[in-house]
Design a protein. Structure first.
Length: 368
């Protein structure tokens, strides 16, 4: 049986350690100490150095005690703000934060589940193949840990990411690619009261462009959103420059490119109508995740679900995770729902039963 008292103690320890993105060193030190005391080799890569953080990803190798294909499990150490001074409390059958912070179950619940599952196998002397843990950094701030991971330290291709909402048994098989977008409109300044006809308002160009853009829900696979707009100085000056930030996401690469082309075309049309100039820049932040029906990792997870009488449920998601990046780098990545709810808010919570049942599922996946 999964040891409920032990996983709660571990989870409470982890969420009480402050770990905003790029400042995960204290959590990494806690996990390194715990894993090394159990005799496992823990290695740290240079992802922190490459991304401006204070620690790298931790990769833990648990040697095989039986036959079977090796497998890896991944969960990230960082949390979204506000995450300083988290105090977890048990409220009936759930765990939540006592104060004005997130709980940090995203993704310290995933870390706790992976470690408790392994502890369960050791308690019962259940054989398992080679197991690797990846405790990553900076997932919340752009998956920089996964993007900069030293792949020589992870010599297996099947990886289960413990980082999604949804009931235990939920398996994320599709997640969108995301593009970050920066748009700059440049007009011409002039005195707004004396000679406004000599100016070209960058705000007016931006308004014309945005008014023609298809935004928010584009179709069942594609979304787009404007995040911020900045520009202008005083009311008596025709605004010379305006900058916007935006994003677009899609489960299909061609749909994402179509949306990007559409948004840029709106900018070009606005400049043609009003004058001025525009600059439209974008970068694909991470690729789409598409788990195929013949995925060995997917088959392994679904078989484990059935072995312990959990009904597996394949779902798409609108968010990205380390799984997107790892999939794009050639790993057979699937993401599991671990039962966390209202993540990225101060109302975040997780059921105690989710922690224990997910640990049971992960232990089943780990078995030979």
């Amino acid at each position: 049986m999964i040891n409920q008292e032990r996983i709660l103690e571990l989870f409470f320890d982890l969420v009480r350690i402050d770990s905003p993105s790029l400042k995960e060193r204290d959590v990494a030190a806690y996990l390194r100490d715990k894993m090394e005391k159990r005799g496992y080799v823990v290695r740290e890569d240079k992802a922190g150095e490459l991304s401006g953080g204070n620690t790298g990803n931790l990769i833990v190798h648990v040697p095989a005690t039986g036959e079977g294909d090796p497998i890896a499990f991944s969960a990230h150490m960082d949390c979204v703000q506000p995450c300083i001074g988290v105090e977890p409390i048990i409220d009936g059958d759930v765990i939540r934060s006592a104060g004005e912070t997130v709980l940090g179950g995203d993704d310290k619940a995933g870390i706790s589940v992976a470690i408790e599952a392994l502890s369960h196998l050791e308690d019962e002397s259940i054989p398992h193949p080679d197991i690797y843990f990846v405790f990553s950094i900076c997932e919340e701030s752009g998956m920089h840990g996964a993007k900069n991971m030293d792949h020589d330290l992870l010599p297996v291709k099947d990886i289960v990411i413990l980082d999604s909402s949804g009931d235990v048994g939920t398996i994320v098989v599709a997640a969108p690619a995301k593009s970050g977008i920066n748009i700059t409109f440049t007009g011409k300044s002039a005195h707004a009261g004396i000679a406004p006809e000599e100016g070209i308002s960058a705000i007016q160009i931006a308004a014309e462009a945005v008014s023609k853009m298809n935004l928010l829900r584009i179709d069942e696979n594609t979304t787009a959103n404007l995040g911020s707009i900045q520009g202008g100085t005083a009311t008596n000056i025709v605004t010379e420059s305006v900058s916007l930030t935006a994003e677009a996401r899609s489960l299909h690469d061609e749909s994402l490119q179509k949306q990007l082309d559409h948004m840029e075309a709106c900018c070009a049309d606005a400049v043609k109508k009003i004058g001025g100039e525009y600059k439209f820049e974008y970068e694909i932040s991470y690729p789409a995740l598409k788990v195929t029906d013949d995925s060995k990792a997917l088959a392994r997870v679904e078989a484990a679900c059935k072995n312990i009488s959990i009904t597996p449920k394949r779902v798409p998601t609108g968010g990205g995770s380390d799984a997107n990046v790892l999939y794009g780098k050639g790993y057979n990545a699937v993401t599991l729902g671990i039962g966390m709810s209202k993540v990225h808010t101060t109302e975040e919570f997780i059921k105690i039963e989710s922690l224990t049942s997910c640990s049971e599922l992960v232990a089943e996946i780990m078995k030979s």
